[in-house]
Write a new protein. Structure first.
Length: 549
C-alpha cells in the first residue's frame, strides 16, 4: 500500500498534462496558494517591523526593485516570449538538440545577468540614491540589501529556465509549487533570522526562497532528460531567434516596471512606512487580477493564436466569451474588496504592532485600487489577443502612453495635491482604465465589434446591487453581532458578508439572464473531477511573478 502511494505521488508530479483547462486550473490554484503564503509573509513583515522599524521595511521593498527589474527584463522576457516556443520546436528534433539550445541560451543569459549584477553591486550606493530619496543611513542599508538580493536572481535565472524546460514537456505541477517554496523561504528568514539579523534576515529569506525554487525543479528536469553543460554558442540559430523574439516583450516589461519605480521614488519622500503600506494594498489588489485575468488570459491564448490566422470570426467569439468570464468574476471581487477592505486588511496585516492609522490608510489605498481591478484583469486578456495577432507594437505603445500618464498623475496627485500614496493608487487606477479602453477600442477596429456590451452592462447592474445590499448587513453585523476586536469574529464577519454578497450577485445575475453564471456550475463540476483534470493539458504557462511584495 505504501509503495502504491509513493508510485501514485510520483506519477502525479511527473505526469504529462494535455488540456488547457487542466493547466489553467493548476496555475490558478498555484497563484491562490502563493498569494495566501504571500499574505502570511507580509503579515509577518508588518508584525516584525511596524511599531518603530517601518523605515527599514520601506528600504527592504525599495532594495528589491533593481534586482527584480534585471531579472524581469533579461529572464522573464526571454522565457515567456521566446524560449519556450523555440525550445519546444527543437525538442521535436530530439532531446540532444533541445538541451544544446537550452544550455547555450542559459549560459548566454547568465553571462549578461552576471555582468549586470556585478555592475549594480559595484554602484549600488549611487543607484540607491537615484531610485529612492532616503536619508544617508537608509541609503547605505538599501545598497547592502540590494547586493544581497542580487544573489537570489542567479538562482532564479537557472530555476526559471528549468520551469521553461519542464513546461515544454507539458508538466506543470512542480513549476506551480515552486513559487510556494519561494514565499516559504522568506517566511523562514523572517521567523528564524530577523531576531538576530534584523531586516537582513528577510533579505536572506529571499535568497533561501530562490534556492528552494530551484531545488524542487532539478529532479524533474533531470528525469525529463535535461543535463547542464557549459556550452557557449552565441551564434546558435535558436539563441539568435530567442534574442530577436524577446526584444518586444522585454521593452513591454521595462514599461510595466515603471509603476514600481514611481512608487518607490515618491513614497521615499513621504513618511516612514508609506512604501510598505502601498505594497500591502497593491498585493490585495493584484490577487483577483491574477486569479481571473491572468489565468483565463493564459488559458485562452492557444485558441486565440490558432484562430488569429484566417478565422477572425471565431477569434472574436473566443475573445468576447473570455472577456465576459473575466468581468463576471472580477467585478464582484472588486465589490467585496471595496466593502470589506478594513476587515481584509486587518486579517492580512493586522498584527499588534500594525497601527490603526496604517490599517485605515491601507484600506483607503485598496479602495482606490479596486476601481481598476476589472479593467486591469481584462487587459491581460486583450494584450494576449494582440500577441496572438502577432502585434507586439500596439500594446507597447499603449503601455508607454499610460505609463507617461501614470507618472504625471502620480506626481501631481501625491505631491502637488498632497494625497500621498492615495494619489499614487488613484493614478494607477486611472491609467489602468485608460489602458483597457485603448486596448479594447483598437482590437475592435481589427477584429470587429466585441459581443460584450449587453452582458457586461447586466454584470455592472448586478455588481451595483451587490454593493448596495452589502453595506447595511456589513454595518449591522459589525456593530451588533460580532466583536471585531477579536480574530475569530472578524473572520466570521468577513465570510458571512462575502457569502451574502456572492448570493446577491448570483441572484441578480440569474434574474438578468447573465449566461456566464453557468460557468460557475461547470467549474464546481470540474473541480470535483480534479484527478481527470490534472491528467490533461497542453497549455504553456508563464511563471507567476516572483517578488518580495
Amino acid at each position: 500500500m505504501v509503495k502504491n502511494i509513493i508510485n501514485n505521488s510520483r506519477n502525479l508530479f511527473n505526469q504529462q498534462n494535455n488540456s488547457i483547462l487542466s493547466a489553467a486550473i493548476i496555475i490558478a490554484a498555484s497563484y491562490a496558494a502563493s498569494a495566501i503564503l504571500g499574505l502570511v509573509r507580509n503579515r509577518l513583515l508588518a508584525g516584525t517591523f511596524f511599531g518603530g522599524q517601518e523605515s527599514e521595511l520601506d528600504v527592504y521593498f525599495a532594495a528589491f526593485v533593481i534586482p527584480d527589474t534585471i531579472f524581469q527584463l533579461l529572464v522573464v522576457g526571454a522565457l515567456s516570449a521566446a524560449f519556450i516556443p523555440v525550445y519546444s520546436r527543437y525538442l521535436k528534433q530530439g532531446s540532444r538538440q533541445a538541451n544544446h539550445l537550452a544550455n547555450a541560451t542559459l549560459n548566454s543569459l547568465l553571462i549578461i545577468l552576471s555582468s549586470a549584477t556585478l555592475l549594480v553591486a559595484i554602484f549600488a550606493h549611487p543607484i540607491s540614491n537615484l531610485v529612492a530619496h532616503f536619508p544617508p543611513a537608509q541609503t547605505s542599508l538599501m545598497a547592502s540589501l540590494m547586493r544581497l538580493m542580487l544573489l537570489s536572481q542567479v538562482f532564479f535565472t537557472i530555476s526559471t529556465f528549468l520551469t521553461g524546460i519542464i513546461q515544454s514537456h507539458r508538466r506543470f505541477l512542480i513549476p506551480a509549487i515552486a513559487p510556494l517554496l519561494y514565499n516559504l523561504g522568506i517566511i523562514i528568514g523572517v521567523i528564524f533570522l530577523t531576531p538576530t539579523l534584523g531586516i537582513y534576515g528577510a533579505a536572506w529569506g529571499v535568497v533561501i526562497g530562490a534556492i528552494l525554487h530551484l531545488l524542487i525543479q532539478v529532479p524533474l528536469a533531470r528525469h525529463l532528460g535535461y543535463s547542464y553543460r557549459l556550452i557557449f554558442s552565441f551564434r546558435h540559430p535558436g539563441v539568435r531567434t530567442i534574442s530577436r523574439l524577446m526584444l518586444p516583450r522585454t521593452l513591454a516589461l521595462a514599461v510595466s516596471q515603471a509603476e514600481r519605480w514611481i512608487a518607490v521614488v515618491i513614497t521615499s519622500l513621504l513618511s516612514a512606512g508609506s512604501l510598505s503600506i502601498f505594497n500591502f494594498a497593491r498585493q490585495l489588489y493584484t490577487m483577483p487580477i491574477t486569479l481571473f485575468g491572468v489565468s483565463l488570459g493564459q488559458a485562452s491564448f492557444p485558441n486565440l493564436s490558432s484562430q488569429a490566422d484566417g478565422d477572425l470570426v471565431r477569434f472574436n467569439q473566443t475573445l468576447s466569451q473570455t472577456l465576459l468570464q473575466i468581468l463576471f468574476f472580477s467585478l464582484p471581487a472588486s465589490a467585496l474588496l471595496l466593502i470589506l477592505r478594513i476587515p481584509i486588511v486587518r486579517l492580512a496585516f493586522g498584527a499588534d504592532s500594525f497601527p490603526w492609522s496604517a490599517t485605515l490608510l491601507t484600506g483607503k489605498t485598496l479602495a482606490l485600487f479596486t476601481l481598476s481591478i476589472a479593467p486591469q484583469a481584462a487587459s491581460h486578456l486583450l494584450v494576449r489577443a494582440y500577441y496572438a495577432l502577432e502585434d507586439t507594437k500596439t500594446p507597447l505603445i499603449i503601455s508607454l502612453l499610460t505609463v507617461a500618464l501614470n507618472v504625471i498623475l502620480s506626481l501631481s496627485l501625491s505631491l502637488s495635491l498632497g494625497l500621498g500614496i492615495l494619489g499614487i493608487a488613484l493614478a494607477v487606477s486611472i491609467s489602468d482604465i485608460l489602458s483597457f479602453l485603448l486596448l479594447s477600442f483598437l482590437i475592435q477596429r481589427r477584429t470587429g465589434l466585441l459581443h460584450v456590451y449587453g452582458p457586461a452592462f447586466k454584470m455592472f447592474v448586478a455588481t451595483f446591487f451587490t454593493l448596495a445590499s452589502l453595506w447595511l448587513p456589513f454595518r449591522l453585523l459589525d456593530q451588533f453581532v460580532f466583536d471585531t476586536t477579536r480574530t475569530i469574529p472578524l473572520i466570521a464577519l468577513t465570510l458571512i458578508t462575502s457569502l451574502i454578497g456572492l448570493l446577491v450577485y448570483f441572484a441578480f445575475s440569474y434574474l438578468l439572464g447573465v449566461k456566464e453564471l453557468d460557468a460557475v456550475a461547470r467549474i464546481f463540476h470540474r473541480l470535483g473531477n480534479w484527478r481527470k483534470i490534472l491528467s490533461r493539458s497542453e497549455e504553456v504557462i508563464e511563471p507567476p511573478a516572483l517578488s518580495s511584495e
